[in-house]
Structure formats: structure tokens, C-alpha cells
Write a new protein. Structure first.
Length: 218
């Protein structure tokens, strides 16, 4: 099964993709995570991407497309969940070509619909355990004991440098202007399924399962 999760930054794509991956034994491919890995590794791509990511704009299509194509090749036959890709029409078209060349088909394109006003607050308050990556939010889901990770007990946390109100607003503009136009692209193919992405994480996951649970898992 190959799935795309679409939605604005902060819609919960990463969280839901991780859960979907564990439940269905799929490989989660997040272009944002890949880019952050490149930044941490200090590679040429990482250096180019860092400035762009901190501004809230999108990294050029050709860099993203070659990065993701290599990763799909290394998945080794498992199904994939794409999280944060495609983000432009050019990327969506390149993905179609890539999948056809690799003899793969797309099963679901799931759009997480969220109230955009809530996103700035959602994104601006989020942080993660520096050791195990468990996600938290200052207001909505702080650790049970302040300063201690619920999952692994670590006491170090990190915040993404692009999760500040100014960059978040620029990321939302990029979503509206460059990513939202790909929704009709998938809708015309009859592949798009929109769900309400607001509410409890478990409830949103249940909505996703209603879609993916109804097809053959290949
Ligand atoms: P994300 O973790 O998905 O929110 O992505 C963080 C940042 O990485 C974005 O704001 C973009 O600058 C960059 N990025 C991630 N995925 C893509 C993509 N598919 N195309 C262009 N830029 C991307």
C-alpha cells in the first residue's frame, strides 16, 4: 500500500504517518526529516536547504525530487507513506513518473483538513524529546512531569528552528500558494480523500483507518 498524506504544516501529517507506518508496516518517507538530517550532517544539500527552511519557503523541486527518488529505491518492496511530499505540482507530476518507472501504484491520497487559524498556535508551541523524538506541545500536550520525557525519561528537549510565528506564517503562505493547488490534481484522478484533521490524535487516526482499512494491503 502506498499513501500520501497531504495538509498544511502542523496538520499532524508526521504523527499520523508514524502511526500508520507502525500499524501497516509501511516505510514513512518525510522530506522534512530527510532535509533536517542533511542539515545536521552539514552536507551541501543541508547547507542550501537550511537557509530556505528557516525562511519558510520551499526547497527547489529538483533537489527534493532527486532526494526522494533515491529513498524510494531503497525501501525494498515495502509500502510507503509520503509525508511532506509532493508539495508542488511539479513534484506531483515527477512522483507519478517515478512510481510508473518503479512499477508502483498510489493507493490513497489523504488530505488532513484543519482550521488554519489554529495552526500558528499549534506549531509555535511544539517541541520534542532530544533523545527519543517524542512530540509535545506547551499548551495541548506537555510532558506529565515538567521537563521529563514521558516515553524515555530524558530531560533534554528541542524545538525546530522553523516553528516560530514568523516562519510559520511564511510556511502557511507556501502551502496555500504552492501546495494547495495539487489537491485538484489528485481529485481529478479520483484519488483524493479529505478527512477532518482536527480533534484528538486517536480520533484522526481512526478516520484514516476508515480509508486505508478498506483496501487490500499490498
Ligand atoms: P516539514 O517538516 O514537512 O514541515 O518541512 C520543513 C521544511 O522543509 C519546509 O518548510 C520546506 O522548507 C522544506 N521541505 C520539506 N519538504 C519539502 C518538499 N517536498 N518540497 C520543498 N520543500 C520541502
Amino acid at each position: 500500500m502506498n499513501v500520501i498524506l497531504l495538509g498544511p504544516p502542523g496538520a499532524g501529517k508526521g504523527t499520523q504517518a508514524e502511526r500508520l507506518g507502525k500499524t501497516f508496516d509501511l516505510v514513512q518517507l518525510s522530506t522534512g526529516d530527510m532535509l533536517r538530517e542533511e542539515v545536521r550532517g552539514g552536507t551541501e544539500l543541508g547547507k542550501t536547504a537550511k537557509k530556505i527552511m528557516d525562511s519558510g519557503a520551499l526547497v527547489p523541486d529538483e533537489l527534493i525530487i532527486s532526494m526522494i527518488s533515491g529513498r524510494i529505491d531503497r525501501v525494498g518492496g515495502k509500502g510507503i507513506i509520503l509525508d511532506g511530499f509532493p508539495r508542488t505540482t511539479a513534484q506531483a507530476e515527477a512522483l507519478d513518473k517515478m512510481l510508473a518507472e518503479k512499477n508502483l501504484k498510489l493507493d490513497h491520497v489523504i488530505q488532513l483538513k484543519v482550521d488554519e487559524d489554529a495552526l500558528v498556535q499549534r506549531l509555535s508551541g511544539r517541541f520534542a524529546c532530544a533523545k527519543c523524538g517524542a512530540g509535545y506541545h506547551d499548551t495541548f500536550s506537555p510532558p506529565k512531569t515538567e521537563g521529563v520525557c514521558d516515553r524515555c525519561g530524558a530531560t533534554e528537549f528541542s524545538r525546530r528552528s522553523d516553528d516560530n510565528p514568523e516562519t510559520v506564517r511564511a510556511r502557511l503562505v507556501a502551502y496555500r500558494e504552492q501546495t494547495a493547488p495539487i489537491l485538484p490534481y489528485y481529485d481529478e484522478k479520483g484519488a483524493l480523500k479529505a478527512i477532518d484533521g482536527m480533534g484528538e490524535m486517536d480520533e484522526v487516526f481512526r478516520r484514516i483507518r476508515e480509508i486505508v482499512g478498506t483496501v487490500r494491503v499490498s
